[in-house]
Design a protein around this ligand. Structure first.
Ligand code: ADP
Length: 401
């Protein structure tokens, strides 16, 4: 069963073609970036080892899906004889609101739910929908499946998803915590349980997805119980460019003293804050900030300390929510690759049952692995996330493959 995974963003469309029946093999993968701006280009590689990168004439999502499809059937570098071999397209969708609690076949009703969530996810949902509509037009007859970032968190109880604001704002306007990165949290928590050889139902797991965006999830018996992101991805831990948790009054105060409008503050908190804002070296990439800190830049060292501390605080809070902890999982760009970050997060946590094995933590690998000592009460693991594969698996499941 061949599945095409599409992740349509504001200026890029990423894609991966999987053969689910051939050991979930990646047949081809790539992306088209800088769509709608100068220098639009496409990166493409396939399982045979062909690789290419070059300019393409792509102005929107429909052009993008068309160019991707042409490449997949190209006589020289293509990987399928015809598009009819593709049995389903799985789309990454950010916000599904309250009405979507699992991956679903895309229907007109699903598309209208996705549109209803535009105001809560203005940077993602419109582009995700454009990706679906492009696939409908270009890959005629291929069923589309929507895999929502919010779906895994639909099991959160009211005590974790309600804000302390007038109830009508929830009952009438659906203002509540939704959580994001759900596909990743679901994938890594399941993989950690399988690696550990225990059923997810019996486990208390905390998953720390630490990429450009970052969120922590408390997973109880295989289901999301609480997560750090909220109505939007701005809430929670400090991220590459997002502030994470903040006293809401800071917003009104900044608007007053700086004469800023709400769009400006939105931009400030989403794009100019977090590690970027604290470190002050013009980069939100942890690698740059770690390098500068190692060379003695004190602001960068402080930014890393604040970043790690906020994660530690969430882990402690979620241990209390779950009433203990069996496994802590680190995943995504920084979580998988930065041993310094992992060590910083767990500093001083021995009393809570964490014993990091320094040698194991320092090993660089793309494999799932345990980095705590054998006698550590809580098992600490690094689990590489694979959102594309998770979307392909969900898509095959929905389509009965
Ligand atoms: P996204 O959230 O965009 O999907 P990723 O999960 O790929 O991103 O994470 C990207 C981030 O991971 C980078 O911006 C960087 O901060 C961090 N990162 C990647 N590799 C390393 C590394 N070796 N050391 C520290 N941080 C890293």
């Amino acid at each position: 069963m061949i599945i095409l995974v599409i992740n349509a963003g504001s200026s890029s469309v990423k894609f991966t073609l999987f053969d689910m029946l051939d050991n979930k093999k990646v047949l081809a993968t790539g992306l088209i970036e800088r769509i709608g701006i100068d220098g639009t280009s496409m990166k493409y590689s396939n399982w045979k080892g062909d690789k290419s990168q070059g300019p393409v004439d792509v102005k929107n999502a429909k052009d993008a899906v068309k160019v991707i499809s042409e490449r997949l059937v190209d006589p020289k570098t293509g990987v399928v004889g015809s598009l009819s071999e593709i049995k389903g397209a799985g789309h990454r969708i950010v916000h599904g609101g309250e009405k979507v609690n699992k991956p679903v076949l895309v229907t007109d009703e699903v598309k209208s739910i996705l549109k209803d969530c535009f105001s809560m996810s203005p940077l993602h949902n419109p582009h995700n929908l454009a990706g679906i509509e492009a696939a409908e037009e270009v890959l005629k007859g291929v069923p589309n499946v929507g895999v929502f970032d919010t779906a895994f968190h639909s099991t959160m109880p009211p005590r974790t998803f309600l804000y302390g604001i007038p109830y009508e704002l929830y009952s009438e306007d659906k203002i509540r915590r939704y959580g994001f990165h759900g596909t990743s949290h679901a994938y890594v928590s399941k993989a950690a349980a399988a690696f550990d050889g225990r059923p997810p139902e019996s486990l208390k797991i905390i998953t720390a997805h630490l990429g450009n965006g970052a969120s922590i999830t408390a997973v109880k018996g295989g289901r999301s119980y609480d997560t750090s992101m909220g109505l939007t991805p701005l809430e929670g831990v400090i991220m590459g460019t997002r502030s994470g948790d903040i006293d809401p009054a800071v917003i009104f105060h900044i608007m007053k003293i700086k004469g800023l409008g709400y769009q400006d503050v939105d931009n400030l908190l989403n794009k100019k804050s977090g590690v970027l804002g604290l470190a002050g070296i013009g980069s939100s990439d942890l690698r740059d900030v770690e390098e500068a800190a190692n060379k003695g830049n004190e602001k960068c060292a402080q930014a890393l300390d604040i970043y790690a501390y906020r994660i530690r605080k969430y882990i402690g809070a979620y241990m209390a929510s779950l009433g203990g902890l069996d496994i802590l999982v680190f995943t995504a760009g920084a979580g998988e690759n930065s041993s310094t970050l992992r060590a910083n997060v767990l500093e001083g946590m021995e009393g809570l049952g964490f014993k990091l094995d320094k040698a194991k933590n320092d090993v660089r690998s793309s494999d799932i692995r345990v980095i705590s000592t054998d006698d550590s009460k809580v098992k600490v693991m690094v689990v590489p996330t694979n959102e594309e594969l998770a979307i392909a698996e969900f898509t095959a499941e929905v389509l009965g493959g």
